[in-house]
Each structure stands twice: as C-alpha cells, then as structure tokens.
Design a binder for this molecule. Structure first.
Ligand code: MV4
Length: 453
C-alpha cells in the first residue's frame, strides 16, 4: 500500500479521500488554491501546498504545478477524485512518466472510453445492448441521413468527445438532421477541439441507471449494484438512490453482467461507472462509461458497506480485488440529496457567499459528506455543492422518511440552497411511487422558461 499520496482536489471529495487515507494509515498531502486557504481539508492533511490562484485553470487544473507539488512532497500516488483532472488521459500519462501512480484506470483506457463513439463500438463488440444507431462516427450529413433512415426518427446527434449532455441535438426529420449535424459539429469543435459525431435513436424520457464497478490489474471485475439517477435537471443530478426503484431483479443481473463485460473488454481497472438508459418498456441500453469515482459513489457505499475510496487506493497500489461477486450484498435502501448553494426560485442560479450558520443533521441512518462549517464562504470559482446528505434504511419508504426528517433538521443560513426543492421532490407522488424519469424535475419543478433538451 502507498505510504503517502497527494489529493488533487478540493471540497467534500478532498475530505472524503483524507478520511479513507487515515483509516489506511496513508499520509495525505493536500493542495489548495489561494481561494481555499481556510478550507477544512487542509486542517486534516499531513502537509499542504498552495498551487496557485483561485481560477481552476491556474490551480486544480494546473498540471505542472500539481506535479511539482507531488515531486516536492515526495508522494507515491495522486488521487484525483471527481471533476478537474479525474478523466484527463494526458494527466494520467504525465503521472506515469513521472513515476507517480494515478488512482484511476490507465491513460489508454481513459482515452478509449472518453471517445463515446469508440466506447459504443466497444459495447457493440462485447454484445452489450446499445441504443440503435451508427456503428461508429458519422462523417458527413449524408452518412447521418443514411443511419437515420435505418433507425427511424427521432434521432440524437452526440459529440464523441462530449458526455454529461454536452453537444447533443435531437432531430425529427431530414432537414433538421442536416442543420443539427452542422451545428453540433461546430459546437463540438469549439468545446472539445474534436468535431467527431455519432448518431443514436432518441429514447424519450428515459430513466438513468448506472452500475458501479471495481476492477483489478489481474483483469477481475465485480459490480456493486446500480444507482438510479433519474432525478436530475439539465444534466445536473439532484437525487441518487440505490437500488433503483424501477428495475426488476433479472434486469439488474443482466445490466450488471453487461457492465462487467464492457469493463473487461476495455481492460478497465480501478473504480468506474457504466451508464445505461432505461426506456418505457424497461429495456436497457449502454450509453457511456465514467472512468472515475463519481459524486454519488456514496449511495453504493451505504448499501454495500464497501468503502470505495479505500478500494480505489488498494487497487491503484497493485492489490487484487478482495471480494468475489458472490461476496457482494446490497442491504436496504440509500438515498442521496445533493445540497447546493443555488436558488431553486431563480432558475437554480448559484448562490455563493458566507454560511452564517451550518448545522448538519445526524441521528440514525444519516450521513453527511460536507466540507462546510459556520463562517465558511462558498466560492464563486468552483461548483456550488455544500454537501451530500444521505439516508440509509431497511427499505425505500423508510429511507425517504429519514431523508425528509434530516432535510428538516439541516440548517444552512446565508446562501440559498436546494434543501426546499428536495423536500418537495421527496413528497411528490411520482417520486414516492418510483415512477419518475429524467423529465420529472423539468415537468414539475421548473417554469416553462427553463425547459431545455
Ligand atoms: C440519450 C437520451 C435519449 N436518447 N441518448 C444525456 C447525458 C448523456 N450521458 C446521455 N444523455 C442522454 N442520452 C439517447 N439515444 C437522453 C439523454 C438524457 C439524459 C440521460 C441521462 C440522464 C438525464 C438525461 C437528461 C436528458 C437527456
């Protein structure tokens, strides 16, 4: 196991990683930007290094500064968490060339899966269900028209370098497909410096279900159940839960096996997530792989009892998986609410600023992962997450009840927060029945001016 690691992140995930390291008796080096000088993760680390000014590009995304810090602090590994450099194949490559372990999959794997048209082709090869669509990239409008004629409208144009909803277009007929093709290409070139596009049949109001996987360098892969992330708004997840209220046991097994098959096909090691869409008929389709730990990994931790950050560290240090598929059990039901400094009444505008009073909830079945405290200021430079609130109970009904109670206890004075909207969602009949899809929030909790793809 590593003796000493550097945490290339901030906020709640930096703190989460330090907690895992402490329990494994690994020394932690924290980095921080000038805006984070009073951050909680610095007080918990063994050593701290300022790596630059507030903007992400000059600090948490500043590869030379981070590598220098790692060299000076003499660490064996860098833990990227989520966001920032977590899925940056170039960064993973630089780590490798500097003889520093990157806590994540290989740069080649990150690269191969970061290309979504390629990931889709890989899934096809592995015999995993994908949404009907192009076999690889579509090179020109004629190619797109040919595929659309095969699969039928409506179709979705996606950017190969995209993901998380960026660079997507829906087309319902030939002329709109040709227009959208050019627009999507220009947008993708601008945003990702890669205009590669591919096509899929558009699945209307799908549910979003994803499978957590862990893989070792030996090629063994296990799956740790699924998470349902259908409660989202404009591709920002609001609530995640495990298990999914909307899949049957046979489907769950099939999805788990599909995820493991893709991971093996990709030579995946460390922690990852395989994303699926679920349509109205209950059929599932692979869409993409997230080659990192995700914000919502915590719901899987609650129901499996497995510390995913500790497992990431073990796997990155070269250890093999400590459990077989049959050793993994899902117990009870976990729900996570992302508490953000945003104003739901003002189109979820960020609401940064000083937290005058912070009183997190507690008691049976409650977990709070947050870097906030009374007097802390949420910076406008980074994401607006205040923390993650989790409830874990025997069944979904009780988990909802515990979550509602915890939301009521939670005191955050100062910024506007998403706490009120979480309470409304958890009381909504469709959510309680587990009948919600990815259109749920926009349908019931957004004004008409807020609608988008
Ligand atoms: C889709 C889709 C419908 N049909 N693909 C959005 C994020 C990206 N990971 C994939 N996304 C979608 N892909 C086809 N062929 C609808 C979405 C989508 C979505 C997916 C998951 C969770 C929320 C979503 C919200 C809107 C659209």
């Amino acid at each position: 196991m590593f003796r000493r690691v550097l945490i290339a992140n901030r906020g709640e995930i930096a703190q989460r990683i330090i907690r895992a390291c402490r329990e494994l008796e690994i020394e932690c080096v924290a980095i921080y930007s000038e805006a984070d000088a009073d951050a909680l993760h610095l007080r918990q680390a063994d050593e701290t290094i300022c790596i630059g000014p507030a903007p992400g590009a000059k600090s948490y995304l500043n590869i030379p500064a981070i590598i220098s810090a790692a060299e000076i602090a003499d660490v064996e590994a860098i833990v990227p968490g989520y966001g920032f450099l977590a899925e940056n194949a170039h960064f993973a490559e630089v780590c490798r060339s500097c003889n520093i372990a990157f806590v994540g999959p290989d740069p080649e794997t990150i690269e191969a899966l970061g290309n979504k048209a390629n990931a889709r082709a890989m899934a096809l090869r592995a015999g995993v269900p994908v949404v009907p669509g192009s076999d690889g990239p579509v090179d020109d409008p004629d190619d797109a028209l040919r595929v659309a004629r095969e699969i039928g409208y409506p179709v979705m144009i996606k950017a190969s370098a995209g993901g998380g909803g960026r660079g997507m277009r829906i087309a319902s007929n030939d002329p709109s497909l040709v227009n959208s093709f050019h627009a999507a290409k220009a947008e993708a070139e601008g945003a990702f410096k890669d205009g590669t596009l591919y096509l899929e049949k558009f699945v209307e109001n799908p549910r979003h279900v994803e499978i957590q996987i862990l893989g070792d360098r030996n090629g063994d892969v296990v799956w740790l159940g699924e998470r349902d992330c259908s409660v989202q708004r404009r591709h920002q997840k609001l609530i995640e839960e495990a298990p999914s209220p909307s899949i049957r046991p046979e489907q769950r097994q099939a999805m788990g096996h599909a995820a493991v098959t893709i991971a093996k096909e990709a030579g995946y090691h460390n922690a990852g997530t395989v994303e699926f869409l679920l349509d109205k008929n209950g059929d599932f389709f692979f869409i993409e792989v997230n080659a990192r730990i995700q914000v919502e990994h915590t719901v899987t931790e609650m129901v499996t009892g497995i510390d995913l950050i500790q497992e990431q560290l073990r796997l990155a240090s070269g250890e093999n998986l400590r459990f077989k598929q049959d050793d993994i059990r899902v117990r009870g039901h976990a729900i996570e609410c992302r508490i953000n400094a945003e104003d739901p009444a003002r189109d979820f505008q960020p609401s940064p600023g000083k937290i005058d009073l912070f009183v997190p909830p507690g008691g049976p079945g409650v977990r709070v992962d947050s870097h906030c405290f009374s007097g802390y200021s949420i910076s406008a430079h980074y994401d607006s997450m205040i923390g993650k609130l989790l409830a874990h109970r025997r069944d979904r009904r009780s988990a909802i009840a515990t979550m509602l109670r915890a939301l009521q206890e939670f005191v955050v004075l100062g910024p506007k927060t998403t706490i009120p909207i979480h309470r409304r969602i958890l009381r909504h009949a469709d959510f309680r029945a587990g009948e919600h899809d990815t259109g749920f929030v926009e349908r019931y909790f957004s004004g008409p001016s807020e609608r988008s793809v």
